[in-house]
Ligand binder design. Structure first.
Ligand code: PXL
Length: 279
């Protein structure tokens, strides 16, 4: 594999096993030189802790961008996750249009909502800006909630294949690239991902663990990104990411007190072997 340098833009939640503290180790395990642009610094993630701090780093973006340009730096890919503000999304778009190599890829995880609700601190204007960013991506990785918010489709807790097909078609108006829809579940026993490419929806299904965790979307998107940039096809990368994320969640059995994230660290050796084709 040729050396690749990737930039990931997402928050640093100092405690919480999500966003940057997940993306950096996973992308490194995938063999990527990983550069970071923190969108915000929070004492913890926003999903269950009370009284967290939030420092928006939007105002630092222009000077960081100018310095990188002065240094002549470029990236083989930019992968974005949880961002700090609507204004920041415009700066991210500037970075995409100036800092990528000619073949450079853009991966956008809209990371703004789950279970039918926006995360704390986001509103409709953020959804609109995120929709614009997804229009510049080669691959987007929304969950069902984010897909509904960006397309105006009604959110449903239970649905069928026709609903997912309609959602995918609506998403093609948001993103011209490939779509990896996560958390697609037609029955309580299984879950999986649906991948839309060249007009066709394919599924990868696996067993569902009846407990949900913060940060699993970030684990999934980081693993997909690393596996895809290593040269795996989109569907293969989607499967590797699903298998790894599921193992991380399965490893939480017996760790009931650990509520804020998952022990993805324990499964990194599996991921490395899987990517090397050993497992
Ligand atoms: O995992 C998504 C995420 C990322 N960053 C922050 C969050 C969340 C989800 O709640 O709060 C700060």
């Amino acid at each position: 594999m040729a050396d690749k340098r990737i930039l990931t833009i997402q928050d640093i939640s100092c405690v919480g096993q999500c966003s940057m503290t997940v993306a950096l180790p996973i992308l490194s395990a995938c063999g990527m030189e990983t550069c970071i642009l923190p969108s915000a610094v929070l004492s913890t993630h926003t999903g269950g802790f009370q009284g967290y701090t939030f420092r928006d780093l939007t105002d630092d973006f222009p000077a960081i961008h100018r310095h990188w340009q002065k240094e002549g730096l470029t990236f083989d890919a930019v992968y974005t996750g949880y961002l700090g503000s609507v204004r920041q999304i415009a700066y991210v778009e500037d970075i995409l249009s100036t800092m990528l190599t000619p073949e450079g890829k853009v991966i956008v995880d809209p990371a703004m909502a789950d279970n039918g609700k926006l995360y704390a601190g986001f509103d409709d204007s953020y959804v609109e800006a995120m929709r614009g960013l997804c229009g510049k991506a080669d691959v987007i990785l929304p969950n069902i909630t984010e897909a509904c918010m960006m397309t105006g489709a009604p959110y449903q807790e239970s649905y069928d294949e026709a609903y997912v097909q309609r959602l995918m078609e609506a998403l093609t108006a948001v993103c011209p690239g490939k779509i990896v829809l996560t958390g697609v579940s037609y029955c309580p026993q299984d879950s999986g991902v649906a991948v839309y490419q060249e007009g066709h929806v394919s599924y990868y299904r696996h067993r569902r663990v009846p407990r949900s965790f913060h940060g699993t979307g970030d684990i999934y998107a980081s693993t997909f990104t690393g596996a895809w940039l290593r040269g795996n096809k989109v569907m293969e990368a989607a499967q590797i990411a699903a298998d790894y994320t599921l193992r991380c969640i399965e490893g939480m059995e017996g760790r009931e007190g650990h509520w804020y994230g998952v022990r993805f660290e324990n499964e990194l050796p599996y991921l490395i072997k899987r990517l090397e084709g050993v497992q």
